[in-house]
Design a protein around this ligand. Structure first.
Ligand code: FMN
Length: 174
């Protein structure tokens, strides 16, 4: 399967990348192709709500920035995995922007499965994100949820979390 790993962290050596890399290792070992886009470090602006995409733009966004790479990757993906630090109980603003910019293209029907990986400082900070994740990917897009994995505080960057995420990656088949 082609897996798009959309990582909302701006930190290349951060906790979210650590978890995402472990997932990626397992998923690649299982025979999948993983494309990781670090949306958090990309130049992705918010949707302007101009609806150019719904008229003259015919499914293309009027803004030309790094979201172009997300649109392209979405076309080729079978699975989408969101990874993000928790920022004020939500996904990072950059990842939210990347998701909302899908207003232009829609989320391709060929993507049948999704997963969520979150890193945070504290425990018990995931409810709003999990609700949004289920509403978008499971309920609105009818995707199968493959799993939700979290690490908080001292759990971040531990061998046990790396093993958990690698095992998850290996378990998803190909
Ligand atoms: C702007 C900002 C907001 C944050 N908000 C929360 C929060 O609401 N709850 C929480 O537990 N941690 C919060 N954190 C901590 C991060 O989620 C945590 O440090 C995470 O591991 C960072 O991941 P990274 O290393 O990939 O950047 C916040 C950090 C930042 C920078």
């Amino acid at each position: 399967m082609n897996i798009l790993l959309l990582n909302g962290s701006p930190n290349p050596d951060g906790n979210t990348v650590f978890l995402a890399d472990a997932f990626r290792k397992g998923a690649e070992e299982a025979g999948n192709k993983v494309l990781e886009l670090q949306a958090g470090a990309m130049d992705i602006h918010g949707c302007q709500g101009c609806n150019y995409c719904k008229g003259e733009g015919a499914g293309t966004c009027i803004r030309k920035d790094d979201q172009e790479r997300v649109y392209q990757a979405m076309k080729e993906a079978d699975v989408i995995v969101l990874a993000s630090p928790v920022y004020y109980f939500m996904l990072s603003a950059q990842l939210e922007a990347a998701i909302q910019r899908l207003h232009a293209t829609g989320i391709p029907g060929r993507i049948k499965k999704s997963a969520l990986i979150l890193s945070s400082g504290s425990d018990d900070v995931y409810d709003a994100i999990i609700m949004q994740y289920h509403m978008i990917f499971r309920d609105y897009c009818s995707m199968q949820d493959m799993g939700i994995y979290t690490a908080h505080g001292a759990q971040n960057k531990t061998k046990s979390k790396a093993s958990e995420l690698e095992a998850f990656g290996r378990s998803i088949g190909k």
